[in-house]
Write a protein that binds this ligand. Structure first.
Ligand SMILES: Cc1ncc(COP(=O)(O)O)c(C=O)c1O
Length: 446
């Protein structure tokens, strides 16, 4: 069997079509913003693997940090009163960068386990306070929060719902605040207020004493890079505060530089949530690590002298605070600071958005949106969704033929290139997408 046959025979891929016998593309190596497949083709990776390889590929400093830590201490249990040096140092360093009093870290193995742990913390917190009814979670349509049982139940993308089971007794959705879907004639401010009022109504409908938390990505990622109208996050946080509902900001994609800041919640959207979840870029994708970052205020209320009788925090993983993953994160933070990566992202990100906006001249492009290095081109040719999806898939296929990997999702081309990209790299991405759109228009006779 060759590699592709072995893959097809033995691997169940995440989010894959089990009815398809399409061959996988085997990515063999990477350098900078490029990856190479095992047939020798080179591609610009305009999705950073999966929103995560912020420093690009082949960074030898990252490799050395990982390798040195493997030799020094590859692993030790984090359970109970045990820890290791890199995880302790990482928590301290991250605490200097997080907004407000978000200084307590539960390290996890990735984004889903960070979100799952955040919600388990919220339930534990309210139980300790005797508010046993506060269990319900409000999320948004088109959101993506992960792939564990509970987090998958908070995914608001229609196509994510399949033959699996989902929790439906404690999760409730409201619509996403996508300005592109704003009714004609409505101001952006009125649209924002409408979306915020949905949260208020949902909390009142469930009963404020039963609602534990609201979860939102600052900019919705896989759901189509939805940038909410100005003030949306501030106003939803105010609603949460009014009803003692905790606000979880899911920054699995947006933290660690993608929007030109360590965290987007406060620096981009002006809010200090109760909990932030992070993963992906925290190690630039060089190691799997996630974190639920929790406010001191919450932790203080249920620990030390305030801890409930016989309370025991039975949540965590064998690999929580794994020393090698934490060493990778520490190195990434060091490189981010030394290279002024956030500043670079703000500068090159503005150029990226400016160049992408030029694609709006094509009749099959309905919308171009995003912030910094998180963007999306939405293709629209008719009212028929299937036709729109087919068109976007053609654009993606043309891009791939021309050496560019974008992330197709329904009728969207999602883009999140490595943060080290320069203007020349941006030009190449936009030129290839432009060619892909022109070829698609030729093919469909538009
Ligand atoms: C916002 C958000 N939250 C959570 C997750 C889940 O992260 P992971 O795939 O690392 O479990 C993702 C993954 O894409 C995400 O985008």
């Amino acid at each position: 069997m060759n590699l592709k046959e072995k893959d097809r025979r033995h691997i169940i891929h995440p989010w894959s079509d089990l009815g398809s016998d399409a061959e996988s593309m085997i990515i063999e190596s990477g350098r900078g913003i490029h990856v190479f497949d095992n047939e020798g083709n080179r591609y610009i990776d305009a999705i950073s693997g999966m929103w995560c390889v912020n420093l690009g590929y082949g960074d030898e400093e990252m490799a050395k940090a990982v390798s040195d830590q493997c030799v020094k201490l590859a692993y030790y249990t984090p359970f109970g009163a045990m820890t290791n040096e890199p995880s302790t140092r990482l928590a301290y360093e991250l605490g200097k960068l997080t907004p407000g009093d978000l200084n307590c870290f539960q390290f996890t193995t990735g984004g889903s386990t960070a979100v799952e742990s955040a919600i388990r913390f919220v339930h534990y917190y309210f139980n300790c306070l005797g508010k046993h009814e506060k269990k319900h979670i409000v999320y948004r349509e088109n959101a993506y929060h992960g792939s564990t049982y509970l987090t998958a139940s908070l995914n608001g993308k229609r196509c994510d719902r399949s033959y699996f089971n989902y929790m439906d007794d404690i999760v409730h959705s409201i619509s996403d605040p996508n300005p592109y879907k704003k009714p004609d004639g409505m101001t952006l401010e009125a649209y924002c207020d409408l979306k915020v009022s949905e949260l208020r109504e949902k909390i009142l409908e469930i009963g404020p004493d039963r609602v534990a938390c609201f979860i939102a990505e600052p900019v919705m990622g896989s759901g189509g890079v939805v940038v909410p109208p100005p003030g949306y996050h501030k106003k939803t946080l105010e609603v949460c505060r009014e009803f003692d509902v905790l606000y979880i900001s899911d920054e699995v994609v947006t933290a660690f530089g993608r929007l030109g800041h360590y965290f987007a919640s406060e620096d981009v959207f002006g809010i200090v949530p109760d909990i932030i979840t992070a993963a992906k870029g925290i190690t630039s994708g060089y190691q799997p690590l996630g974190a639920a970052i929790i406010s001191d205020r919450l932790v203080d209320r249920i620990s030390g002298a305030s801890a409930s009788e016989n309370s025991y925090y039975t949540n965590g993983f064998t690999y929580s605070g794994h020393p090698v993953t934490c060493a990778a994160a520490l190195k990434y933070l060091e490189i981010m600071k030394r290279e002024n990566l956030n500043e670079h992202v703000r500068e090159v990100g503005a150029y990226f958005m400016e160049r992408l906006q030029t694609l709006k001249e094509f009749p099959i492009v309905g919308d171009v949106r995003g912030v910094c290095l998180m963007a999306c081109v939405e293709c629209v040719v008719s009212d028929d969704e299937a036709e729109n999806i087919a068109v976007a898939q053609r654009v993606d296929a043309f891009c791939q033929d021309k050496g560019l990997i974008v992330r197709p999702y329904e009728n969207l081309c999602i883009l999140s290139p490595p943060l080290i990209i320069d203007r020349d790299g941006v030009d190449r991405i936009v030129d290839i997408i432009r060619d892909g759109i022109v070829s698609t228009m030729d093919e469909i006779g538009r």
